[in-house]
Design a protein around this ligand. Structure first.
Ligand code: SF4
Length: 368
């Protein structure tokens, strides 16, 4: 083990997880290549990728926008199958998923790459990289499920970068997890085409979607994407009965107009109902938006108030000082606090068989 490998191994050990196998240093590595499952062949050995709305047309030798899919002479390949550059055991509350096995942990994994280009990305050091430019570990799906089992995580989370770009790897991890009764959740921007989404919905147990704003110009200028496909994804997830939570990162001056937040809440109620939890979280200056201030706590509190006043039953704030009452869950009927959160910890749960312990109101979620 050279010095670089030693330092990385030390980092992984301090993350509290030990996986056998050596660190894969940056560089090309054929082990992580698998044929893509959604693409079509065009003339001249070009292909059209069908995973996400970009529908990249890729010439032989080229890659899609997300940097992790490559055309090899008319066949299209994912380059990140098992090439895990970040992994950690996180509280499920950190995703955030508040109505899904509260107080449990998720074995959380990521690869390089992303199909968006958000200027505020917290994880740009992995999301905006090619796989060969960052170190990784070799974690094929069986091993991912095995590590989750070893560390008693009831859930595998696909998170940190955009998981739809490692679609094949994610689906296979979820299927391996199922064999061990380990659930799978995707933490995603929802920028995906319907056919791959339908396959994912079958494999996953819950999905958290970042609804990054409610204006198309915000999506095009700040995220390099578009709003409509994300809204379609949200509706499809709900229609197919998968557990869904929505997060909106509130960024000063860019997407914090109360009128837009009102419109977003109304759209949520009209299209997926009033019982889909929504989290308004604070932005911290990073990546290409270091010029903006931190979101004031009052802004996310105001967004939560708007959501509640419009009729959303479960609205939360996030990235706020520990102990904020807006991080707890309240019964929409008797208004008592039924899940008391302290940061990522749970202080008490007043639910019995999925119902409020005080008044018997059913509380939507996956509780056991
Ligand atoms: S998944 Fe990647 S290659 Fe495929 S369409 Fe989206 S950005 Fe392009």
């Amino acid at each position: 083990m050279d010095r670089r490998e030693f330092i990385q191994a030390l980092c992984l050990a301090t993350a509290g997880i030990c996986v056998s196998g050596s660190v894969i240093q940056a560089g090309n590595d054929k082990r992580f290549i698998t044929e893509a499952r959604f693409y079509e062949k065009l003339s001249d050995n070009s292909i059209r990728c069908l995973i996400c709305p970009r529908q990249c047309i890729v010439s032989p030798g080229g890659r899609g926008f997300c940097r992790v899919r490559e055309n090899d002479d008319g066949k299209y390949f994912s380059l990140v199958y098992g090439r895990v550059c970040t992994y950690h055991i996180d509280p499920i509350e950190k995703k955030p998923l508040f109505h899904f096995l509260p107080g449990t942990t998720a074995f959380s994994i990521a690869t390089a790459g992303c199909n968006l280009g958000c200027k505020f990305c917290q994880n740009w050091e992995i999301s905006q990289q090619r796989p060969e430019d960052i170190d990784a570990v070799n974690l094929p799906p069986k091993k991912v499920a095995g590590v989750a089992e070893k560390y008693k995580c009831p859930t595998i989370a696909y998170t940190y970068n955009e998981p739809t770009i490692f679609f094949e790897f994610m689906v296979d991890c979820a299927l391996e997890g199922k064999k061990k009764k380990i659930r799978s959740v995707m933490i995603s921007a929802g920028y995906i085409n319907k056919q791959p989404l339908l396959q994912l919905i079958k494999a996953l147990d819950a999905i958290k979607i970042d609804l990054k704003g409610f204006r198309d110009d915000f999506y095009s200028q700040i995220c390099l994407g578009s709003l409509k496909p994300v809204l379609d994804t949200i509706v499809t997830i709900k229609e197919h009965g998968r557990w869904l939570e929505i997060v909106n990162l509130v960024i000063p001056t860019l997407n914090d107009d109360p009128k837009d937040i009102e419109k977003m809440c109304k759209w949520i109620i009209d299209n997926v109902g009033d019982d889909v939890p929504i989290h308004f979280t604070r932005f911290y200056p990073t990546y290409k938006l270091k010029n903006l201030p931190v979101t004031p706590v009052a802004s996310v509190e105001k967004a939560r108030d708007i959501a509640l006043s419009k009729g959303i039953k479960f609205a939360y704030v996030g990235n706020v000082p520990i102990g904020h009452p807006g991080e707890s869950t309240y019964c929409p009927s008797c208004h008592k606090r039924i899940i008391d959160r302290w940061g990522y910890s749970i202080r008490s749960i007043r639910l019995k068989d999925g119902k409020c312990e005080y008044c018997g109101e059913p509380i939507p979620g996956i509780w056991s």
